[in-house]
Write a protein that binds this ligand. Sequence first.
Ligand code: SF4
Length: 194
Amino acid sequence: MYKVNEIFYTLQGEGRFTGTPAVFLRFSGCNLACSFCDTEFTEYSLLSLNRIVEQVCIFPSRHIVITGGEPLLQLTDSLASALHEKGFFIQIETNGTLRLNGSLPELVDWVTCSPKSQNIVIQRIDELKVVHTGQALSFYEEIPIEHPECRYLQPCDERDPVRNAENFARAVDYIKAHPVWKLSLQTHKLTGIK
Ligand code: SF4
């Protein structure tokens, strides 16, 4: 059984697949406790593998985003294989502090890593998405990624319009001066869709 916080259908709001219709599978639980975490992931229902597959297949898109919390606390080879059998492209959104176990390196199609600590142990990162609060970024510029054009800086949403404006302006200035980065915005928040 899997601890599932929610399953919903929307457009991916951030990063490389912004605008892509996607089924979101949010697992409960995380191995970190970030002060700026904007995700409610503690509540859960216990769902079987078959029930998860049944629920995600209700929607027309075959792009699934497995997130959390930290999805690698629960994602298994058998669930990823079952999703592939239904034709899903599997994107995970991870903090990068856990490894892809078993056959997950082959089964996960796209790894979006949003590091929240410098303890990055995951074997493969397709896309890097750094939430920017003004921290030094040289460490993140050295992290190898499969798709060099997918190194994103995302201004932190501090739920304060003044601080958010500062974060946005600082990220834009930094990207213009360091063009290995691109801007990622939380477009689901800007457009008011979930
Ligand atoms: S790693 Fe992500 S989900 Fe986990 S506490 Fe930090 S911001 Fe929240």
